[in-house]
Each structure stands twice: as structure tokens, then as C-alpha cells.
Design a protein around this ligand. Structure first.
Ligand SMILES: NC(=O)c1ccc[n+]([C@@H]2O[C@H](COP(=O)([O-])OP(=O)(O)OC[C@H]3O[C@@H](n4cnc5c(N)ncnc54)[C@H](OP(=O)(O)O)[C@@H]3O)[C@@H](O)[C@H]2O)c1
Length: 389
């Protein structure tokens, strides 16, 4: 008897993770069916995907979405919808089995929460979901039975390695980081880094925001916070180490001293596919490691004076509550300002630090408190930038 295909909704279909997810779905079209897609403003790419995959629902979230759409470019039987309410509706639809959360930034939260609230499997690329609302997402998933599957390569590696022992036997997890383009760049010249320099990542091809996050190492800070919530760890159990080759995606150390790692070439298709097919492993579409040729794999302690994002991430993971909300919002505003030539590279992390230190901490923020703190931090970061620049 034919197995029913798994119905996938892809939030952020036009981005870097979105495109890799489409490759996985195409390679395993006998197993997965793309039923819904979203983009912010890229209407033409959304229409191409809808046509290629025969998608039933396509959504644009930008406030001027209706003006951007040329309806004639979408298939006739594809419903074209607008706004965040439509995303929530898609993510919680009974016609969807798995939601891939691949929108960038805090804008991904509503879709993720809707999927978890409806008890779906959520494949989480949007790490900001866990940074902002990790405790809420965990609690909600326990209530609805939703499954949280990591897509970030580091968290996918931990997810795979951690199964080698029992929860209470996990001693620590070690997240690897490529170190970005400025690992060996002189600290005193960090002020001169331009957007073009920061957007050249040595090992990964990603969207602009996460590429800048990798360069400041805020990406590792966000991943430390994400790991704290995804795996219910204490901050003291999480470490970050520089691994320039991006082959070892992370490691888990158990109480007996065994360290289990997951290795593969840097390609997001593998962790995406695993999140879609888990617990099954399907044939890989990514390049494989050639272990017959000589290679070196380095692990180097991070320079935390040059990259203060790492201790900042550990502090947020320790404090929990509303800390992640304000740090994430400050980072989004600061990265955007940097990319638009309005803030220097070396001020991005201090902007996040300032918001962490100045906000009124809430230990268990509600959804409404999360959104109002996010608004507050965005406004305050803009004020902070005016004062400091
Ligand atoms: N790229 C990677 O290799 C990678 C690896 C691990 C984790 N992640 C995480 O995955 C997420 C996506 O990253 P990415 O690199 O794929 O980003 P990206 O290439 O910039 O794509 C972002 C996607 O989100 C949509 N989007 C942007 N702003 C939006 C908004 N305000 N509301 C709704 N949708 C919006 C974009 O639509 P438009 O095209 O219309 O703008 C696009 O579909 C991030 O959280 C990132 O940290 C990425």
C-alpha cells in the first residue's frame, strides 16, 4: 500500500534555508509534499515555487503584499493570502504535518508558536523562536505533544549525539563555531569592518542577517541560548569552541568522559532532511566526507575579549526570562543598522549588552510581555545608537 506523503508547510520559503528545504523535498518527493509556503515580499520567487511544487497555499507577509502580487503568475488552484494571521492559520492547519520555521528574526515567532500550539512537528531553523520564547515553547510543546526538531547544524548534531546516553548522563555540550571571517582579524581594526567584508563567510552560504551574526559571533550566542532551551540544559553545561573547518558540528560529553560528535561537510540539507524524516534516515543528497584523504580538524578556544558575544550568550542562557527577548531585538536592529552603514561592526554586541543591562527583567514573560519588550528594545536600541554614534 502507498504511504501517504508527509505534508510540509515552509515558512520563509524564499530564503537560504527555504531553498535548501525545497531541494530536500524535491529529492524525496515520494515522501514529502509541499502544501504551503510563505515569503515576506519576494512575490516572484514565491510564485515560481508555487508553480514548481503545485503548492495549495502561498502567503506574503509584507504590509504591502497585495500590491506586490501578480496573481496571474501563481497557479490557478493556489490560494494566495496575506499577513501574519494567514501564516498562523497555515502553521496550525489540519492539512499540515510538519512546519519548517525558516523565517529570519523575531518575525518567525508567531508561525512557530502556532505550529507548536497545534501539536505539529516543528523543524526549527528560526533560532530566534527559542531565544525569545524558549520556556514558553517548551511548556506549550509538553501540553500539545508538538515535537521540536532542530535544523541548526549544531543543534542537529547535539540532538543526534545526545541519544548515545541518558539525559542525566549528559555532562556538557560543546557547540562548534567556524569563527567567521574575522577569527584572525586584528582586534584593534574591528571598527573598520564593512558590510561587504562581514558578508563573506568562509564556510557557509547563508542569509545576510545570520552571516553578520556569524561574523560578530552573536550567532553562537543565540545558539547557546537555543541549546539551553531545546535540550533543557544549564548554562554551565554549554561551551563554544572554534572549529574553522565546519566539519564537526557539535559534541556531547557524557559523565564517563566519552565525547560523541557528529561530522559532515557544511551543507544545511543534511540537518533539514533529518528534521523532516526523523527518526528515519533517508539517502543523503549532500556531499560526503572523504575520510581517505588527509585532513586536519582543529578545535581552538574562542577569544572572548575579541568576541564578547560568547559570554553574553552564556549570561542570557543563565538568566533566562526576558533576557533573550531584548538581546535578540537589539541584535536585529544593530545588524540592520550596520548593513545600512549606520553603525560600526564593533558596536553591534555592545548594543545588545546595553539592552540586557537596562531592561526590566521579567522571569516568566507572557506572549504580550514578550512582544512589548521586543518593541521596547527596538526603540531603545535606536536611541542608544543615536547617543553612541
Ligand atoms: N542560512 C543558514 O544556513 C542557516 C543555518 C542555521 C539557521 N538558520 C536560521 O534560519 C533562519 C532563516 O535564515 P536564512 O539564512 O534562510 O534567511 P534569509 O535567507 O534571509 O531568508 C529569510 C526568509 O524569511 C522571510 N522573511 C524576512 N523577513 C520577514 C518578515 N518580517 N516576516 C516574514 N517573513 C520574513 C524572507 O522572505 P523574502 O525573501 O520575501 O524577504 C525569506 O523567505 C534564521 O533564523 C537563521 O538564523 C539559517
Amino acid at each position: 500500500m502507498n504511504q501517504r506523503r508527509i505534508r510540509v508547510a515552509l515558512l520563509g520559503a524564499t530564503g537560504s534555508i527555504g531553498r535548501s528545504t525545497l531541494d530536500v523535498i524535491k529529492a524525496h518527493s515520494d515522501r514529502f509534499e509541499l502544501v504551503g509556503i510563505t515569503a515576506n515580499s519576494n512575490s516572484s520567487q514565491l510564485a515560481e515555487i508555487a508553480t514548481q511544487f503545485g503548492v495549495r497555499t502561498a502567503i506574503l507577509t509584507a504590509s504591502n503584499g497585495r500590491e506586490l502580487v501578480d496573481r496571474s503568475r501563481f497557479p490557478k488552484n493556489c490560494e494566495v493570502l496575506f499577513g501574519q494571521d494567514a501564516v498562523e492559520h497555515l502553521a496550525s492547519s489540519p492539512d499540515v504535518d510538519i512546519v519548517v520555521s525558516a523565517i529570519v528574526g523575531a518575525a518567525g515567532l508567531r508561525g512557530s508558536l502556532a505550529a507548536v500550539g497545534a501539536g505539529k512537528r516543528l523543524a526549527i531553523a528560526n533560532k530566534e523562536t527559542m531565544v525569545i520564547a524558549g520556556a514558553t515553547v517548551r511548556k506549550l510543546a509538553q501540553k500539545t505533544g508538538a515535537e521540536l526538531l532542530p535544523v541548526d547544524s549544531e543543534h542537529s548534531a547535539i540532538f543526534q549525539a545526545i541519544k548515545s546516553g541518558r539525559e542525566k548522563e549528559v555532562c556538557r555540550v560543546i557547540l562548534t563555531a567556524s569563527g567567521g571571517p574575522f577569527r584572525d582579524f586584528p582586534k584593534e581594526q574591528m571598527d573598520q569592518i564593512t558590510p561587504a567584508m562581514a558578508l563573506k563567510h568562509p564556510t557557509w552560504k547563508m542569509g545576510p542577517k545570520i552571516t553578520v551574526d556569524s561574523a560578530t559571533m552573536m550567532n553562537k550566542a543565540l545558539e547557546i541560548i537555543e541549546a539551553r532551551w531545546l535540550f533543557d540544559l544549564k548554562a554551565g553545561q554549554i561551551e563554544a569552541v572554534i572549529h574553522p573547518q565546519s566539519i564537526i558540528h557539535s559534541l556531547v560529553e557524557f559523565c564517563d568522559g566519552s565525547v560523541i560528535a557528529q561530522l559532515s561537510p557544511p551543507d544545511m540539507k543534511l540537518p533539514i532532511q533529518y528534521a523532516l524524516s526523523y527518526p528515519e534516515r533517508l539517502d543523503g543528497t549532500s556531499p560526503r566526507l572523504d575520510l581517505t584523504t588527509r585532513m586536519s580538524l582543529e578545535l581552538i578556544p574562542p577569544d572572548i575579549e575579541k568576541f564578547p558575544a560568547i559570554p553574553l550568550g552564556l549570561e542570557v542562557a543563565e538568566r533566562g526570562g526576558s533576557s533573550g527577548v531584548v538581546v535578540n531585538a537589539a541584535n536585529e536592529v544593530a545588524v540592520d543598522a550596520f548593513l545600512n552603514g549606520k553603525l560600526s561592526f564593533s558596536q553591534i554586541v555592545p548594543a545588545c549588552r546595553a539592552m540586557l543591562d537596562h531592561h526590566e527583567f521579567i522571569s516568566e514573560p507572557t506572549y504580550e510581555e514578550i512582544t512589548s519588550l521586543d518593541d521596547w528594545a527596538r526603540e531603545e536600541t535606536i536611541k542608544w545608537m543615536h547617543l553612541c554614534c
